[in-house]
Write a protein that binds this ligand. Structure first.
Ligand code: G4P
Length: 520
């Protein structure tokens, strides 16, 4: 069966840059849904589909990841959602292992923000091509050339704008299409709830229609060309340059251009590297890897879902695949496409598509499943935790539920779980990248596993990897604790970097390795 070409990408941004709004606008444009506001949304907005936990509602952030699939101009587009809060950057990192490109959303008024920088680094590390979108141009903001400077100086990526705004921020008339030289004029619609009409005007007509603003956009564009800031496909794919677009997600301005650019320039799914150094082409036997495991989506579907990205071959629901880690067969009768609370059965999926496998208790983040010729993809390494807390069941009579819950959350990667004989299984240490992960654990342990927990924050902020042999010697030192992670790694915990460095200096014979931040 021939499949339409795929584009699989994620939108990443600092919270509030407009990710949810852009997601809605993209979906609206591709006509997946009739009206903006129906897919995503924060507290108070209509139809908060992806906000599935109380904690998300209370805080107005989206924690769960989901994939939205839609058709656009003879292509299938997979938009993989990422969590908005920086405490979940590890989650974002995992999601980025499942996409071929990323759209980085920048708030025109705020410019680059801490989370934007962090995410850019993750993309650079993973070698993911990034399309930059300067959003909220309908509101007063920074100067466009200044924004380009920020990107180049602070990130080291050369911005190569494909469009350039006509009208300063706050007075968004349209964009100059720098490749065709045309003016794409936007017209506001009430509330931005429907597709914004756009007209393509020739340079001559544009000069008449937008006079000084048009002349200024052209001047800036010439400056950019003189600086070598024109799009170059090769350096974009290599992660050295980033095409830039200007949008107002709220008014649906520039959204069509973004979709067109993704189709035209963003990479299609391609060969995936395996652990043994071989590579699996997209047209080989079926294979996929799990990038996210999640349970307890909502009361109606209290089950466990493994999200997998199809790397090669064709997935057909019901096929029996092999779980590479155990060699066991795995039935896929309940494969689903998931976006927020909406679930529909997936019958067929192609490379680049995301499938949700229901009740996939054996599947862990980073696992491979395949049919036919065996293959195993590299796992996704854990982030370096910086926050540590000892967990205990409030009601010791519910220890069984406590243990089951902690194990489940560990497998999902909600937190890392560390154990030692000294601490006993009754009180494992939870390790997190950001403290909000603890809130998720506390909330889910109570609501989902019916075992409320008490957390005691520990005075550690640095973890170093050591070996089983060196562990006893390190554990004997003052202010050092050694624990074992469920993947078998031994971690030595220190109050701060200075303490860790001092121990390393005093005991050069003991292995103390800074944890790798990434794997794949
Ligand atoms: P996020 O998912 O990245 O966190 O951001 P989200 O889309 O929720 O947008 C954050 C705020 O910015 C929202 O306003 C949203 O309406 C606004 N916004 C997004 N894109 C644009 C844009 O292009 N132009 C303008 N002017 N505003 C934009 P809010 O007041 O926090 O929420 P709401 O009550 O309006 O939904």
């Amino acid at each position: 069966m021939s499949a339409l070409p795929r584009r699989t990408f994620a939108v990443i941004s600092h919270p509030d840059a407009g990710k949810s709004t852009l997601t809605e606008a993209l979906a609206l444009h591709a006509q997946v849904i009739a009206e903006a506001g129906a897919v995503h949304g924060k507290a108070g907005r209509r139809g908060t589909v992806s906000d599935w936990m109380e904690i998300e509602r209370a805080r107005g952030i989206s924690i769960s990841s989901a994939a939205l699939q839609f058709g656009y101009r003879e292509h299938v587009v997979n938009l993989v959602d990422t969590p908005g809060h920086s405490d979940f950057s590890e989650d974002t990192y995992r999601v980025l292992s499942a996409v071929d490109s990323a759209v980085m959303l920048v708030d025109a008024a705020k410019g680059l923000e801490p989370q934007t920088l962090k995410l850019f680094q993750v993309c650079a590390h993973r070698g993911i091509p990034v399309v930059t979108v300067i959003n909220k141009w309908d509101r007063p903001g920074l100067d466009a050339l200044e924004l380009m400077d920020q990107i180049e100086k602070e990130i080291g990526l050369k911005p190569t704008p494909l469009t350039w705004p006509v009208g300063i921020s706050g007075d968004f008339k349209g964009v100059l299409d720098r490749r065709s030289g045309d003016f794409i004029r936007y017209t506001r619609t009430a509330g931005g709830a429907t597709r914004a009409p756009e007209e393509h005007l020739s340079p001559a007509a544009a000069a008449e229609a937008a006079g000084p603003d048009w002349a200024e956009a052209n001047e800036s564009s010439e400056l950019l060309s003189a600086d070598g800031a024109d799009h170059d496909q090769e350096t974009f794919l290599a992660g050295a340059t980033t095409p830039v677009l200007f949008t107002s997600a709220l008014l649906n301005f520039g959204v069509a251009q973004l979709l067109d650019v993704l189709l035209e320039l963003a990479p299609a799914p391609s060969t995936t590297a395996a652990v043994d150094g071989t590579a699996r082409a997209v047209d080989e036997d079926f294979s996929a890897f799990v990038f996210k495991v999640q349970a307890g989506m909502d009361a109606a579907h209290r089950d466990r879902l493994a999200y997998a990205r199809v790397c090669s071959g064709v997935f057909e629901r019901g096929m029996v695949v092999t779980h590479a880690a155990t060699g066991r067969p795995f039935a896929t009768k309940y494969a689903q496409a998931v976006f927020g609370r909406d679930r529909t059965s997936v019958e067929v999926a192609h490379p680049g598509d995301i499938i949700g496998l229901v009740n996939a208790n054996a599947l862990r983040v980073g696992d491979t499943i395949f049919a036919g010729t065996p293959v195993e993809y590299p796992g996704i390494a854990s982030f370096v935790p910086e926050h540590f807390a000892a967990a205990r069941a409030v009601d010791s009579g519910r220890y069984k539920q406590f243990r089951r819950g902690i194990e489940q959350l560990d497998q999902e990667g909600v937190v890392q779980v560390l154990r030692s004989e000294f601490r006993s299984d009754q009180s494992p240490v939870l390790a997190a990248v950001g403290p909000m992960q603890f809130e998720v654990v506390t909330s889910r342990m109570e609501s989902e596993f019916r075992s409320p927990i008490r957390l005691e924050r520990l005075n550690y902020s640095v973890a170093r990897r050591t070996t089983a042999e060196d562990a006893p010697a390190l554990a004997g030192l003052r202010e050092v604790e050694v624990l074992q992670r469920s993947d078998g790694a031994h971690l030595a915990l220190f109050s701060d970097r200075w303490r860790a460095d001092a121990v390393a200096r005093q005991h050069p014979d003991l292995l103390l390795e800074a944890l790798p931040a990434s794997g794949r």
